[in-house]
Each structure stands twice: as structure tokens, then as C-alpha cells.
Design a protein around this ligand. Structure first.
Ligand code: BJW
Length: 254
């Protein structure tokens, strides 16, 4: 099936959901996780993206996040983000993202569902800073936004109790926020579900495509390479999101 077929499905569908992954931000300069240039080529996930890693070496984990914030802070949304942002505002689609870069939000996407949190939000880790008698490590439930690059102090601290702060992202082995999962499950009840720029291996996000399929949705994938989802989707478009989405948008306009 072709891009024209996908455009025809998009025209017909009344509920469209798009699940995005790191690939949609690649053209903006944000590194993906897997693949030749991916972040995991240099770091092992279990060393950096788990609560155990954070408790073992909070400074190492924060240095990684601080360096990613410095990179992402210089990036701008690309034409792929912009097409989805416009579609979301025209109520043509709901965007569910695994990305923590906030580029969908910065592109003006309406109602984006962020499954894995944000690089730009922090929360209390509930851990006192060793050797610091001022840190009281209370239970400080609220997340806060912090766009400071670089941080005034490393590792950053919770402004409420002066204990350690942690990135408000979802690490391996952690559950996703109930509200986000509920909203994503609702979004998966759609006529057309598109997975864009994701390796489709991280759960529960990857399961949304199968859930949509199970409920009768037409499914599509946009990715330059084949993924575990490629064989099961109705339409697999091989290409980069920043090229394919503007072409799709043009087809819709004609
Ligand atoms: C382009 C492109 C261009 C390039 N255009 N495309 C069921 C089965 C098996 C395992 C599990 C399961 N359920 C749960 C698990 C365990 C685990 C998991 O899924 N592991 C798998 C690796 C097997 N999941 C979890 O632990 C999750 N929690 C959970 O399930 O809780 C319940 C539970 C608890 C305890 C025990 C059991 C269950 C949490 C997952 C959290 C993931 N967190 C991360 C880090 C976030 C913070 C941070 O950024 O630092 O999220 S990991 C990382 O992977 C990040 C991403 O959001 C996520 C997905 O990656 P994504 O976006 O797909 O990126 P890539 O790099 O993989 O792919 C990019 C794609 O783009 C490639 O395909 C390229 O080809 C493509 N591309 N240029 C379009 N221009």
C-alpha cells in the first residue's frame, strides 16, 4: 500500500491517533535511543535509565540528563512535528508520544499525551543528600518545571526538602502515570492508528498499536527501517517522518 492509500484512510477516518517515538525528533537533532547513532550505543540503559542506577550514582545519571537537556534545548521542532501540531489543532488527530523532549508541545500540538514524562520536569526523589544535614527528605508530591541549562547545582535538589531531585521521566521497571495510560488507551480506540519514528519495542507504548488493531483500527507505520510492527500494520511507509508527513499533508489538501 502507498502513501496515497494512507491519505485516503486519513480522509475517511473520524478518529486518528498517532504514536510517536524518538525518530520524529531525529531531524531536529535529538539523538534516538537505538540504531547506529542511538544513545544506547554509548550507554547501557540499566546504567542510566533505571531507578536502581539513579540510587547507585545520582550524579552520573544527572550528568547524562543535563547533557541531553543542553542538546535538546538547542533543537527546534521540524516539519514532522509541525504537520502533527496542525492536525491536532484541527482535531484531525490525537498525539501520544514516548518522547521527553517536549518538541510536540513546542510545535503547538493540542492535547499531547506524554507517556514517558519530560526532560524539563523534575520531582523529588525522596532521598536525602548524604552528609547534608539541611536536607530533610520529605514526601514532596508535586513535579515542577525547570528549564535551567546548566543547573545551578549538581545534582539538582528538591526546592521543598533539599533532598535529591530526579528527572520526571519514566525509567525501565517504573509504571506509567495512570492518567496518561488511561488517556492513551482511550486514544487507541480509533479508526486509524499511526506509529511514527518508534522502534515499537518498549512496552506498554508498543502495545497500543496492537490494542488499536484488536479494536478494528487500520494501522500504519512511518519509519525509514523495518520494526517488529512493520509486518502487522496495514500500511508500512518506509521513510523519514519529516519528509513523509509534509507529503501526506499535501495529498490531504488536494
Ligand atoms: C526515524 C527517523 C526519522 C530514525 N523519521 N523515524 C512487555 C514485554 C516485554 C517487556 C516489557 C513488557 N512490558 C514491560 C516491559 C519492560 C519494559 C520494556 O518495554 N522493555 C523492552 C525494552 C523489552 N518496559 C518498562 O519497563 C515500562 N514500564 C512498565 O511496563 O511498567 C510496568 C512494569 C513494571 C515492572 C515490571 C514489569 C512491568 C517503562 C518503559 C520506560 C521507557 N523509558 C525510556 C526512557 C525515558 C526517559 C529518557 O528519555 O531518558 O523511554 S527508554 C526509551 O525507549 C525512551 C523511549 O521513549 C523509549 C522508546 O524508544 P523509541 O522512541 O521507540 O526510540 P528508538 O530509538 O528505539 O527508535 C527510534 C526509531 O526512529 C527507530 O526505529 C528509527 O528507525 C526511527 N527513525 N530517524 C522517522 N527521521
Amino acid at each position: 500500500m502507498s502513501l496515497e492509500d494512507l491519505a485516503a484512510h486519513l480522509r475517511r477516518a473520524s478518529r486518528v491517533t498517532v504514536l510517536t517515538g524518538a525518530g520524529i525528533s531525529a531531524a531536529s537533532g535529538v539523538p534516538t535511543f537505538r540504531g547506529a547513532e542511538g544513545l544506547w550505543r554509548h550507554y547501557r540503559p540499566e546504567d542510566l535509565a533505571t531507578a536502581a542506577a539513579f540510587h547507585r550514582d545520582p550524579l552520573l545519571v544527572w550528568e547524562w540528563y543535563a547533557s541531553r537537556r543542553a542538546v535538546v534545548g538547542r533543537c527546534e521542532p521540524n516539519p514532522g512535528h509541525q504537520v502533527l501540531a496542525r492536525w491536532s489543532r484541527e482535531r484531525r488527530c490525537t498525539v501520544v508520544t514516548q518522547n521527553v523532549d517536549d518538541l510536540h508541545h513546542r510545535a503547538g500540538t493540542a492535547g499531547v499525551i506524554r507517556l514517558h514524562g519530560s526532560l524539563w520536569e523534575l520531582r523529588c526523589a525522596g532521598v536525602a543528600v548524604p552528609g547534608d544535614r539541611r536536607s530533610r527528605h520529605g514526601v514532596c508530591p508535586e513535579e515542577w518545571r525547570d528549564e535551567t541549562v546548566p543547573f545551578a547545582e549538581m545534582p539538582p535538589r528538591c526546592p521543598h526538602c533539599r533532598g535529591l531531585a530526579r528527572p520526571a521521566v519514566v525509567w525501565f521497571g517504573e509504571t506509567l502515570r495512570e492518567r496518561d495510560m488511561r488517556d492513551a488507551a482511550t486514544a487507541a480506540r480509533c479508526d486509524l492508528f499511526m506509529a511514527i519514528g518508534t522502534s515499537a519495542i518498549v512496552h506498554p507504548a508498543a502495545g497500543l498499536l496492537h490494542e488499536a488493531q484488536r479494536q478494528g483500527a487500520v494501522t500504519a507505520e512511518i519509519n525509514p527501517v523495518a520494526t517488529p510492527a512493520s509486518r502487522s500494520v496495514t500500511i508500512a511507509i518506509q521513510g523519514a517522518a519529516e519528509d513523509v508527513l509534509p507529503r501526506l499533508d499535501l495529498l490531504l489538501a488536494n
